[in-house]
Design a protein around this ligand. Sequence first.
Ligand SMILES: *[C@@H]1O[C@H](CO)[C@@H](O)[C@H](O)[C@H]1NC(C)=O
Ligand SMILES: *[C@@H]1O[C@H](CO)[C@@H](O)[C@H](O)[C@H]1NC(C)=O
Ligand SMILES: *[C@@H]1O[C@H](CO)[C@@H](O)[C@H](O)[C@H]1NC(C)=O
Ligand SMILES: *[C@@H]1O[C@H](CO)[C@@H](O)[C@H](O)[C@H]1NC(C)=O
Ligand SMILES: *[C@@H]1O[C@H](CO)[C@@H](O)[C@H](O)[C@H]1NC(C)=O
Ligand SMILES: *[C@@H]1O[C@H](CO)[C@@H](O)[C@H](O)[C@H]1NC(C)=O
Ligand SMILES: *[C@@H]1O[C@H](CO)[C@@H](O)[C@H](O)[C@H]1NC(C)=O
Length: 462
Amino acid sequence: MHTSIQLRFCSSLAFLLCCSLVLHKASAQGVTPALFWSPEKPMSDLPEVNGVDPLSADLLEQQYLNPLLKHSAESAVVFLQDKLHVDDFTKFADVYSIDSDGGAFKNIKGFIEEHFSLELPQVEDPLKAVEKLKSSFAGVVHTAGSLEAVKKLNLQPKQKFLLIIELTPSTHVHDEEQAIASNDALVGAICNHLHKRSIKYTAMFTGKSASAGQWRNVDTYSGRHLLAEPVSKNGTGVFMNVSGMYFFLRDVQVYIKQKGVDNPTILNLTVTSSSADKSTVDNKTAMVQFDLSGTPDNGTEAYNVQILFNTTRKGDRWVIENILLTVEGAANAAASNGSLVESPLRTGDMDLVVPILYSYHCSRMKMYVDTIRHKELKDYEGTYVILNGLQMQPFNVQHDAFFNAQDCVGFFSRAIWMGIFSSLILLAILFFGVMMVLNLSTPDRFDDPKGKTIVIAQAEDN
Ligand SMILES: *[C@@H]1O[C@H](CO)[C@@H](O)[C@H](O)[C@H]1NC(C)=O
Ligand SMILES: *[C@@H]1O[C@H](CO)[C@@H](O)[C@H](O)[C@H]1NC(C)=O
Ligand SMILES: *[C@@H]1O[C@H](CO)[C@@H](O)[C@H](O)[C@H]1NC(C)=O
Ligand SMILES: *[C@@H]1O[C@H](CO)[C@@H](O)[C@H](O)[C@H]1NC(C)=O
Ligand SMILES: *[C@@H]1O[C@H](CO)[C@@H](O)[C@H](O)[C@H]1NC(C)=O
Ligand SMILES: *[C@@H]1O[C@H](CO)[C@@H](O)[C@H](O)[C@H]1NC(C)=O
Ligand SMILES: *[C@@H]1O[C@H](CO)[C@@H](O)[C@H](O)[C@H]1NC(C)=O
């Protein structure tokens, strides 16, 4: 019983949450949710709520307020908070905990669970509908702001009334959650008071408008959003827009190991907004070039590092053909053979084929210099590059933003294949084992008890 109620509230809040997500996209207006509950009156005959479109004030009045509050024999109570947004439930109703008691919305949650209830996730201007209801209401209309004021009112169980409760404003206060919680306590106290006086009622809880400043900051990202990883301690990285190609890169680390040099050189390179300025693109290929420079920890000489992505466009996909590393500086002087000039990097099992509209993303791209196929780089064995927080989309950028990203970690990583493969072997063993057990049969040749017995001729003994 308790669990089912819990589930119902969870699902209703999940619904509100879904709707709020849809709402951000669908409508820029501040729409607010409305919750109804009634101890006596079932609400199943009301129209289905469509989560996508906000309900207009007229429809709210005609389809919900009139049947619920006006034409029933019961009285009506309207709780009006100055601002209410679906996000307030996500923020303050403790929805992410399984044993949630409703957080700041404890009493309202209780009423919704225990009584007949209905949630309208998005209503436009409910205040207008309430004003209309007020002007056309058949019974007495009261307005109150506190429990004391309600107690003083001469409310009779037999007499139909409309009670409008103006809750304390929850915006421009120090602690919004505290303000909501005290309003919720007032809602609980008033409903219990009405219950004690045996007054039958239907209640509505809503806001005059959506919470300020909540819907405004939605959908304003430009560029990267899919990737919005927790910001690393060293800032958020740099977004680059080079002739319509979009790049994002946080930082780069280069580890240069050379034969004959004792200490490896470690370069922590920072990315600037002009790092990719030398990148070029045409209809078929894009050469994405990051130019970075930095000095090692205790060194003095500056190193220039260039990382070049050679990408080509192939019909419905684009491919990173190869990635080349160039290091200019002291690193090349010590090596007797070869130097790090356009040296190919090993991309291992990274998935470098990307659907044409997609961007490419890698949170940590670690690539060693390819000394296996390029023997001239043997002196640099163990040299590697790490690109942190890379996202790039050289082709088909639309709507001034990265499209969905394909991640460098393929769907089937090596570990997954290992798991699948060994499970298949075990399953095969099990299969043959079961088949062998099924093949066992009882012997079908027994002595026939009714047939002739076997007679064994015996030689006569003398
Ligand atoms: C960047 O992070 C490193 C450790 O990862 C830290 O030592 C360094 O102070 C940070 N730099 C800035 C500018 O925050
Ligand atoms: C990127 O640059 C192009 C022109 O090269 C411009 O049309 C587009 O608005 C820019 N996008 C962003 C997010 O700055
Ligand atoms: C790119 O394609 C457009 C039309 O699709 C064409 O007009 C233009 O010449 C092409 N540019 C190059 C460099 O191929
Ligand atoms: C470079 O970054 C690594 C890892 O973030 C850190 O351990 C190292 O101290 C950094 N070196 C410098 C010179 O900042
Ligand atoms: C850099 O520092 C390390 C130890 O901190 C030292 O072993 C190495 O010799 C130094 N390198 C240079 C070029 O000073
Ligand atoms: C880019 O890759 C293609 C295909 O592998 C190759 O033909 C072309 O030479 C490469 N360009 C550079 C500058 O490496
Ligand atoms: C340099 O290359 C030559 C021939 O290619 C080779 O004999 C020699 O051992 C190499 N030197 C080093 C230090 O690897």
